[in-house]
Design a protein around this ligand. Structure first.
Ligand code: CP
Ligand code: NVA
Length: 301
């Protein structure tokens, strides 16, 4: 079974072929209306379940549109509306869904839920974000970098802010796509120890972004973080805001990325988000193209 669970658990050569496919599929349909089917219709006759246990705009819409462009059909399911939310096990849910659909994408809380789904499903499972990682996002981010600047190998990528799930997938990608990743953020919000060795830490944000080819940040309070931690996190992270002053320390042609949704003027200023370095909306668009290539790879199509 070819699941797409994480960047570090997917072969480097497979990641490269997914990426090349994503670029090719994007250019093949350039300028067409979004609802126009792709010429080859690789998912014709295929049914895809999209399960959300957390909110989503980009993941939900990009997967849904992507499947339709490729000729497949989708059903979007909310975890709370399924028996999953009323005590049916993940394993049984996986076994049952596998009888109806050809592919499952799930956004959930615990990584264990994703892994259990993958273990018991007899169709491929895609990770649409867990508390620990967000691999589809980082495939789109690498694609976006390549589109604007060419190969990411050897480039300096600086993450400023919370050492969260999106950072974790960047750390996995740093090894697989061979770029240098720097983390700058407050010690209490350091990335998890399992990522040690995949990045370096520079505590001072201005020193960290020197020579950066790409500066990235994300929300200071993730969906799985308790709201009670909001004020503390804001106080810890305020010094790591990506603003024009910080971007001025990066290379003149550096890019700025944010997976979105953003809290404007918290983790990044509107000046940066809407400024000349920002590629945030290309990044959002590329979720569509990257995930189409991921789905094809999962299904061997
Ligand atoms: N970046 C991202 O995954 O966005 P959504 O939460 O809107 O899906
Ligand atoms: N770190 C964020 C990413 C949202 C796409 C979260 O998990 O809420």
């Amino acid at each position: 079974m070819t699941h797409f669970l994480d960047i570090h658990t997917t072969d480097q050569s497979d990641l490269r072929s997914i990426m090349d496919k994503a670029h090719a599929m994007k250019s093949a349909r350039a300028g067409r209306p979004k609802g126009t089917p792709d010429d080859d219709q690789p998912l014709a006759g295929h049914m895809v379940a999209l399960i959300f246990e957390k909110p989503s705009t980009r993941t939900r819409v990009s997967f849904d549109v992507g499947v339709r462009q490729m000729g497949g059909q989708t059903m979007v399911l909310s975890g709370a509306d399924m028996q999953l939310g009323h005590g049916e096990t993940i394993a049984d849910t996986a076994r049952v869904l596998s009888r109806y659909v050809d592919l499952i994408m799930i956004r959930t809380f615990e990584e264990a839920t994703l892994l259990e789904m993958a273990e018991h499903a007899t169709v491929p499972v895609i990770n649409g974000l867990t508390n620990r990682t967000h691999p589809c996002q980082i495939m789109a981010d690498v694609m976006t970098f390549e589109e604007h600047r060419g190969p990411i190998k050897g480039k300096r990528v600086v993450w400023s802010g919370d050492g969260n799930n999106v950072f974790a997938s960047f750390a996995h990608a740093a090894k697989q796509f061979e770029f240098d990743l720097v983390f700058t953020g407050p010690e209490p919000l350091d990335p998890e120890r399992a990522l040690d060795g995949l990045y370096t830490t520079v505590r001072d944000p201005h020193a960290a972004v020197q020579g950066a080819d790409l500066v990235v940040t994300d929300t200071w309070v993730s969906m799985h973080d308790p709201q009670s931690a909001r004020e503390r996190r804001h106080n810890q992270l305020r010094g790591y805001q990506v603003n024009a002053d910080l971007m001025a320390q990066a290379k003149p042609d550096s890019l700025f990325m944010h997976c979105l949704p953003a809290h404007r003027d918290d983790e990044a200023t509107s000046e940066v988000m809407d400024g000349p370095h920002s590629v945030i909306f290309d990044e959002a668009e590329n979720r569509l193209h990257a995930q189409k290539a991921i789905m094809r790879w999962c299904l061997g199509l």
